[in-house]
Design a protein around this ligand. Structure first.
Ligand code: FAD
Ligand code: SF4
Length: 506
């Protein structure tokens, strides 16, 4: 009997190994293993999402006539070996995992039968295709990759081969600060069904067992839980996004507003990353709906760039940069993570505590909160990049190794020394003050850069530039801010740096 092992982030009806077989000639295995918690204490909402989606997917496959075994286990290896023996599987078929550690883990398993790998269809560019694109360049640029993707898949292109609207990128129209009282459309949420309620109970039980064994429990809350767990629900999220937020996507993409965690963001990454939605179907549907609705091109192009550009690019780079990428630490940053990151509260910084409270509830924060509040803090405070990347991986509803390494380590923390970003995304409190309403409720002063009331983002920012000035001066894109640093009188810089040092020991 042929066996097909479908991984938890491959819940795609067009899964390559399923597509290569018929229900009558293969048996399908899905493993719900709590061993994942030995490596990472995942956010409860993420565990509920993946395990509930797994159970729903198993039920759907059964309806289609597949023989499916969903095994709850404490170890992938034991579950797999038992299943292979019980069902006399002669050949195990898998679709390429998106994550390198998982692929290596499977290959290390001493299995008595041959493994057959199927190319992944979870991304539009295969690893080889991305490599062929990247090889000739000394410095890779997302914009060039994105244009290649637009041409290759014929997205938002005119019949004469030019980009629709005569321009590839409308990003400059998408950087607006939030006006007072900005309120975004409500996201679509779902009532948990019986299957999901059972998973919520299981996750809470696991958390209790860990706590009872005096170990750290699981972060976040498990209920209320409103994420989609089936393909049809995920498609409904896509349609809801089109109807309520597509036409407004972009202008306030960088805005951050208390009480408005999602604004016009698409909320599609959790589903794209576990296979409930496929990237090309989402892109084509957005293009078709946007053109029919007369969505402003800046909005339509803006969201398509995220999926056809950034998502594919970060995945391609993850494999292109190689296995030693995750160990990089360009600035030699080694500060341990502060306790409040684990507790998801209590930093005393209004911006940080607002974002952490939102993560506690849903496992979600939008891109600018991730980049300019969380990662920016890690960068300028000098948090250990590997520890902080692992924190992101555990806390986010859409966190997976392939997307974490390039986004957190590369884009957010510049720990790769500029392989991904041309300069560090470091910013002081002025940026957060301009792009959010967080500072109004904060006990720190966003205009001050030294002393006990100074915004920590200010003192840490200048301290970061001073601490790393030798290297940063070599980056021509940092020229202007390094000149500003030089203009700060010595005694003021000393006061700023001692304020930063006091913050960094907390
Ligand atoms: C520090 C940091 C950590 C991040 N962690 C994750 C993560 O764990 N998982 C994850 O999927 N994305 C991550 N991202 C990328 C991006 O922030 C999220 O994809 C996005 O916020 C998801 O929310 P959304 O679906 O509402 O996205 P929108 O902002 O509405 O964007 C639409 C879609 O574009 C894709 N996308 C946009 N930007 C990126 C990007 N940089 N990399 C990959 N895909 C992108 C996503 O699929 C997303 O669903 C991270 C970015 C940073 C800076
Ligand atoms: S003052 Fe500083 S710490 Fe407080 S919310 Fe503003 S940026 Fe954040």
């Amino acid at each position: 009997m042929i066996g097909i092992w479908v991984l938890g982030d491959q819940l795609d009806p067009l899964h390559a190994a399923l597509a290569a077989h018929n229900p009558s000639d293969a048996r399908v295995l899905l493993i719900e293993s709590s061993s994942v918690l030995q490596q990472y204490r995942y956010h409860r909402q993420k565990l509920v999402l993946v395990w509930s989606a797994l159970r729903h997917f198993a039920a759907e496959l059964r309806q289609q006539g597949w023989m499916v075994d969903l095994v709850e286990a404490r170890s992938f290896e034991e579950a797999l070996k038992d299943w292979l023996a019980e069902h006399q599987i002669s050949e195990l078929h898998l679709m390429e995992p998106a994550e390198r550690p998982f692929r290596e883990g499977i290959e290390r398993l001493p299995l008595p039968i041959p493994l057959v790998w199927h190319l992944s269809n979870a991304f539009l560019w295969s690893r080889d295709e991305f490599g062929a694109w990247a090889a000739p360049y000394k410095q890779l640029r997302m914009e060039l990759f994105y244009r290649e993707g637009r041409k290759r898949f014929g997205v938002l292109m005119s019949s004469d081969g030019q980009p629709l609207g005569g321009q590839w990128n409308f990003d400059q129209e998408n950087r607006k600060a939030p006006p007072k009282g900005l309120v975004g459309p409500e996201p679509l949420v779902f009532e948990p069904d019986e299957l999901t309620l059972a998973v919520i109970a299981k996750v809470d039980q696991l958390a209790q067992e860990l706590e009872a064994a005096s170990e750290s429990g699981l972060p976040g809350i498990s209920a209320p839980f409103g994420w989609a767990v089936t393909r049809s629900q995920a498609l409904a999220v896509l349609e809801h996004f089109i109807c309520t937020r597509l036409d407004g996507f972009g202008p306030f993409q960088d805005a951050m507003v208390s009480g408005q965690p999602t604004l016009w963001h698409a909320l599609l990454s959790p589903y794209l990353n576990i296979g409930l939605l496929q990237p090309l179907e989402v892109i084509r549907r957005l293009e078709q709906a946007g053109l029919e609705r007369g969505t402003p091109l800046a909005c339509l192009e803006g969201v398509i760039r995220q999926i056809l550009g950034w998502r594919e690019y970060t995945h391609g780079l993850y494999w292109w940069f190689g296995a030693d990428y995750p160990a990089r630490n360009h600035f030699g940053a080694d500060l341990s993570l502060p306790d409040w990151l684990e507790r998801l509260e209590g930093s005393g910084m209004s911006c940080m505590d607002t974002v952490l409270a939102e993560i506690e509830i849903s496992g979600y924060a939008h891109h600018i909160q991730r980049l300019m509040v969380l990662a920016n803090y890690g960068l300028i405070a000098g948090l250990d990049p590997q520890a902080f990347t692992a924190w992101f991986h555990r806390m986010f509803i859409d966190g997976y190794d392939w997307v974490m390494q390039t986004n957190v380590l590369g884009m957010g923390l510049f720990a790769d020394g500029g392989l991904l970003a041309s300069k560090p995304y470091a910013a002081s409190g002025s940026y957060i003050n301009r792009m959010s309403n967080y500072c109004k409720g904060c006990s720190y002063n966003p205009k001050q850069r030294s002393g006990p009331d100074a915004c920590p983002f200010n003192s840490l920012y200048w301290d970061f530039l001073a601490r790393n000035q030798e290297g940063l001066r070599r980056n021509h894109r940092m020229g202007l801010v390094m000149k500003q640093l030089e203009r700060i009188p010595d005694d003021e810089l000393a006061a700023i740096r001692s304020t930063a040092a006091a913050h960094r020991v907390i």
